[in-house]
Design a protein around this ligand. Structure first.
Ligand SMILES: NC(=O)c1ccc[n+]([C@@H]2O[C@H](COP(=O)([O-])OP(=O)(O)OC[C@H]3O[C@@H](n4cnc5c(N)ncnc54)[C@H](OP(=O)(O)O)[C@@H]3O)[C@@H](O)[C@H]2O)c1
Length: 250
């Protein structure tokens, strides 16, 4: 029997990943990934056709154990993955002066190495039957620009976008590979900033269109995965309400 195609969304237990999952559930079967099983179940209940989706709880700080967890989920169940959206991510303020390699490595593992490891599994013929056609990374505008105390986070997103460009060439024409680079989006990851009046005032000055919502990114994810984007590959797609083109002095 032919395996059933699914879209794998990492970080589906919260924020942008949850919003993307709910949006994609209208037309796709999903594998909802996250760490927190309760929050994953909440996402599942928010999705259309919950019986068509499945959850995968796995801590991406252990990418070395990832293949051993993802492979049986596909092989034993008759599922395959035709689209992979990497939304999972972590950020920790880590000034260079007090660089902590353990924390820096965790950021690299969750934001970058886990995506590479997942793709490695999904490219295995015996595991995924050459079904993969779409890879989409949720990167960040900080992949292109700097932010004090965020060198590890910026480097992890830049690595992700470097991988994106290389794979877009290596895996064409069978697989399209792109990154979406959001600006400030109101989620639990950005909650601290959105709770701070000084930061809120700066965001209001810097974002010509105001800050974004998870659904703004979910809309773009839906488009990039669709047939309407059939010729789109190897691109960093910035969605930031005009933040990175704003050179205003006040
Ligand atoms: N919010 C923004 O302003 C913004 C801007 C630019 C880029 N981004 C990027 O957008 C993506 C989604 O972030 P968000 O804003 O939606 O944040 P969020 O609400 O905090 O969601 C983060 C997601 O990543 C998962 N995750 C974190 N560490 C993990 C680990 N060790 N193992 C497995 N899963 C892990 C979380 O799972 P659990 O809930 O199960 O822990 C959660 O589903 C991230 O890659 C982030 O870098 C966000």
């Amino acid at each position: 029997m032919e395996p059933t195609p699914h879209t794998l969304v990492t970080g589906a237990s919260s924020g942008i990943g949850r919003s993307a999952a709910v949006r994609l559930s209208r037309e796709r079967n999903l594998i909802l990934h996250g760490r927190n099983p309760q929050r994953l179940e909440e996402t599942l209940r928010m999705c259309l056709n919950p019986e068509r989706h499945t959850v995968w709880s796995f801590d991406l700080k252990n990418p070395g154990e990832l293949a051993g967890s993802l492979t049986p989920l596909l092989v034993a169940s008759g599922r395959c993955v035709d689209a992979f959206v990497h939304c999972a991510g972590m950020v920790t303020v880590l000034p260079m002066r007090s660089l902590d390699y353990r924390v820096a490595r965790e950021i690299m593992k969750v934001n970058f190495f886990s995506a590479a490891e997942i793709i490695n599994v999904l490219l295995k013929k015996k595991v995924n039957s050459q079904r993969l056609t779409n890879i989409l990374f949720v990167s960040s505008i900080w992949s292109r620009f700097g932010a004090r105390g965020h060198s590890a986070y910026c480097a992890s997103k830049a690595a992700l976008d470097g991988l994106m460009r290389a794979l877009a060439v290596e895996l064409a024409p069978a697989i399209r590979v792109n990154s979406i680079l959001p600006g400030a989006i109101r989620t639990s990851m950005a909650a601290q900033g959105f709770d701070d009046l000084t930061i809120l005032e700066k965001l209001a000055r810097d974002y010509p269109m105001g800050t974004g919502l998870p659904d703004d990114i979910a809309d773009a994810i839906e488009f990039v995965l669709s047939a309407k984007a059939r010729w789109l590959t190897g691109q960093q797609i910035v969605i930031d309400g005009g933040r990175t083109v704003n050179m205003s002095l006040k």
